[in-house]
Design a binder for this molecule. Structure first.
Ligand SMILES: [Zn+2]
Ligand SMILES: [Zn+2]
Length: 764
């Protein structure tokens, strides 16, 4: 019997599944994942079928009006994944469904682009001779066309320098055939990449690749068994348990150890088995340099790159290409984890420690963790890679949940860069005041410039100075809307809030009406100040700054890296934009201007972030034949994060950090959920956070803890006061279930907003 009832999530934000009757005439085309039109209240709305049932407890059901797309957009596996996300991240399923389907696919506004296509037809020499005589231009066009199987009319017009009317005339004469054909909007256009062959592997790499291959083969076996048991849930479960689904593999490889080559060869192995692959990279490292390596190894039509700069049309076409099984490798940032590849066999998460895999709005999912779950659901191998694995991931490997593969050496036996630490407190005494460059860093830059080698300087803060103050009356320029200081941007002569964007002209005298002293000062530093200090110290050096203030055009990124690579720039100054995955053989010196910046954030991950950043930035040095050097300027040079980074000692850092986390009940020793409430007044924020904390306490288990309501470290953003409650539990699913129950039952006033963050990456 065919199911009579469809469970539908409607496209307007409602956290519910609704039952609709499936009319007989639609019975064959309503599937799980179908997009449908349904009556909702007085109007029609769009929705997705998320489940089918034989019957419904509700007696009076409305009928599905129409099926919008014949083929379901969501596969049932992806639907299952979104349901898991809803439960795990305490979030309405329909928000998770939205995550899995890009807006251009959800809304039916954009479709394939159809254009007129012209094909040659068989002609007699006589016809041709006549045409050549009467209409030489048309004949010329026909000659061009006859060398092909056909082309788009626009292209023919361009090449033969004729207009569309001439093509129509040719068609009327029966010399050519006109049709409509879908033209794929290809974001890469005519770009050509020099093909590459697989590189020979070092022994560690080969071992790592072998693990990946085994996992891919094992998953193929599970899939094959499950297919043969399709439709029979019991047999399917038996098949699944008969073959162990392989565990995710964590590749811990130092910078320059050749992880990408392993990914490339693992993908190739999957392809040979008819399996598709997803490669996740952080948005910030989705650079032409990264993409080029993949594009050069595999045929162009097999690869799809999903990134934030695609136009709506391009995104539509790429998504459908994936869904139709025409693409076999998808490279993309966070949301590419939902790419609907029909024969998924491998998911790679590069730089798995990156916090940008975590979405900062609901659903607050971490693409790495979603990848692990999707791998399990779809029997795909999962490979996580990093030079500095997240403490959680390494912990999972230590506890046997992941398989660990270590690459301790750089390829071709390049040495790890030498890291020197400069104590900036000493330096301040020596230089009688705080300067951007220590003597040591300055000398090192000078030496590199003399040898025509390149330098990268890193400071993870943009602007010129971090705050403005008046030494006479003590005035400090704070943001009126947020609990942070305004940053001074010298070139723009502005004070700007990096949280809410509040911008005002930089004052010439103290803004305090009782003071008006002209001697206002600027303290702290950003990339703009580093740039100007370099200009002052090395007037002849070619310096380029790279941060989000500069990157106003999308092509600029590519242009600057190109200029740097061909040696048109001596010194690159930048924020984390330059910290990721770049490979410049001529960079022999990396300077980290202020290593302690992240260290003093009120966040339990501060040390981990600092360690990761130092190792990653340092990894940019010495990627060529010359040994690299890294100079780290710090006010707390003895801090363990800095010392372990200096020795490239991940394990030493991990051992110490895990002990600290265990003692203070932080992840991964326990699991966290952070609830943040925003309200227009502090009293309101506190009142409702208190109430929420009390209610959650009633529902938790014996080993769970719920903190008091406290102001968030960033107590005010955009005139919203923020309060937090932190809940901890060794069993996360039970805790999120309890929280979901409380949150659903709690009615908050419309101006009080709640964010539930499961496994938060930051507690600010
Ligand atoms: Zn003043
Ligand atoms: Zn602000």
């Amino acid at each position: 019997m065919k199911p009579a009832i469809a469970k539908i999530v409607v496209d307007i934000a409602l956290d519910k599944e609704f039952d609709y009757r499936i009319p007989a005439q639609l019975a064959d085309i309503v599937h799980v994942g179908s997009r449908v039109h349904v009556p909702f209240g007085a109007r029609m709305t769009q929705g997705y079928v998320v489940g089918l049932a034989e019957s419904s407890p509700h007696p009076q059901l409305k009928e599905i009006a129409e099926v919008v797309s014949k083929r379901p957009l969501l596969t049932d596996k992806i639907l299952e994944l979104t349901r898991w996300m809803g439960r795990y991240y305490c979030c309405p399923v329909e928000l998770c469904v939205k995550c899995a389907l890009p807006e251009v696919v959800r809304k039916s506004k954009i479709s394939w682009k159809e254009r007129q296509f012209v094909r040659p037809v068989k002609l007699t020499p006589d016809d041709l001779a006549k045409l050549a005589k009467r209409a030489p231009k048309q004949f010329h066009a026909l000659e061009i066309l006859r060398k092909t199987d056909g082309m788009f009319v626009v292209k023919l017009c361009e090449e033969a320098r004729i207009d569309g009317t001439a093509v129509k005339v040719l068609a009327k004469k029966g010399f050519v055939e006109l049709t409509d054909k879908i033209e794929e909007r290809d974001p890469f256009g005519g770009e050509v990449f020099l093909p590459t062959e697989p590189l020979p592997l070092m022994p560690d790499q080969a071992q790592s690749l072998e693990l990946c291959k085994q996992a891919i083969d094992a998953t193929s076996d599970v899939s094959r068994l499950c297919e043969s048991a399709a439709g029979a849930p019991h047999e399917r479960r038996l098949a699944e348990s008969a073959y162990k689904i392989p565990k995710p593999i964590l590749i811990h490889g130092v910078t320059g150890s050749g992880k990408t080559e392993i990914y490339l060869q693992a993908i190739e192995h999957a392809l040979r088995q008819g399996k598709d692959s997803i490669v996740l990279v952080p948005e910030i490292s989705l650079t032409p340099q990264t993409v080029e390596r993949f594009r050069a190894r595999f045929p162009k039509q097999q690869i799809t790159v999903l990134h934030s700069h695609l136009s709506d049309g391009e995104r539509h076409d790429q998504w459908h290409k994936i869904r139709d099984g025409q693409s076999h490798i998808v490279i993309g940032a966070r949301s590419a984890v939902f790419a609907p590849l029909p024969a998924l066999g491998l998911i790679i998460v590069d730089e798995e420690h990156e916090t940008s895999y975590k979405q900062d709005e609901a659903p607050r999912y971490n693409a790495r963790d979603v990848a692990v779950v999707r791998g399990k659901l779809e029997h795909a191998a999962v490979v996580l890679g990093s030079a500095t694995p997240a403490i959680e991931s390494y912990y999972n490997a230590q506890r046997g949940r992941y398989v660990l593969s270590t690459l301790p050496h750089r390829v071709d036996h390049q040495k790890m860069p030498l890291m020197r630490i400069v104590d900036m407190k000493q330096e301040m005494l020596r230089q009688k005041g705080l300067h951007v460059l220590s003597g040591r860093l300055r000398d090192a830059i000078e030496a590199r410039l003399a040898k025509n080698e390149q330098v990268i300087l890193f400071l993870n803060r943009r602007g010129y100075a971090t705050h403005m103050f008046c030494p006479k009356c003590g005035y400090v320029a704070d943001c009126p809307n947020c609990s942070v200081k305004l940053t001074y941007h010298r070139k723009a002569a502005q004070l700007t809030c990096h949280l809410c964007g509040e911008t005002r002209p930089a004052p010439k005298v103290c803004p305090n009406p009782d003071c008006r002293d002209p001697a206002i000062r600027y303290a702290g530093m950003g990339t703009e100040k580093v740039e100007s200090a370099i200009h002052a110290a090395f007037p002849k050096a070619r310096v380029q700054r790279m941060d989000s203030d500069i990157m106003t055009r999308k092509s600029l990124y590519r242009e600057i890296f190109h200029d740097f690579r061909i040696g048109k720039i001596d010194i690159l100054v930048g924020t984390q934009m330059i910290a990721k995955g770049l490979h410049f053989p001529n960079v022999t010196l990396v300077g980290i201007i202020h290593a302690d910046m992240a260290l003093h954030m009120p966040d339990f991950r501060a040390a981990e972030r600092t360690f990761q950043l130092l190792v990653q930035v340092a990894g940019r040095a010495g990627r060529g034949d010359v040994e690299g050097e890294v100079i780290v300027q710090s006010f707390t040079p003895s801090h363990s994060a800095i010392q372990f980074a200096r020795q490239h000692d991940y394990l030493g850092f991990y051992d110490q950090e895990i002990e600290f986390r265990q003692q203070l009940h932080y992840p991964p020793a326990t699991r966290l959920v952070c609830l943040t409430l925003r309200a227009k007044t502090e009293e309101k924020a506190k009142f409702f956070t208190d109430a929420l904390a009390r209610e959650i306490r009633k529902h938790i288990g014996a080993n769970d803890l719920v903190s008091e309501a406290t102001p968030a470290p960033l107590a005010k953003i955009q005139n919203n006061y923020r309060y937090q409650v932190i809940a901890r539990s060794p069993q996360i699913m039970r805790l999120t279930e309890a929280i979901a129950k409380v949150v659903t039952a709690t009615k908050l006033p419309p101006d009080v907003l709640l964010a539930v963050d499961v496994d938060p990456v930051s507690l600010l």
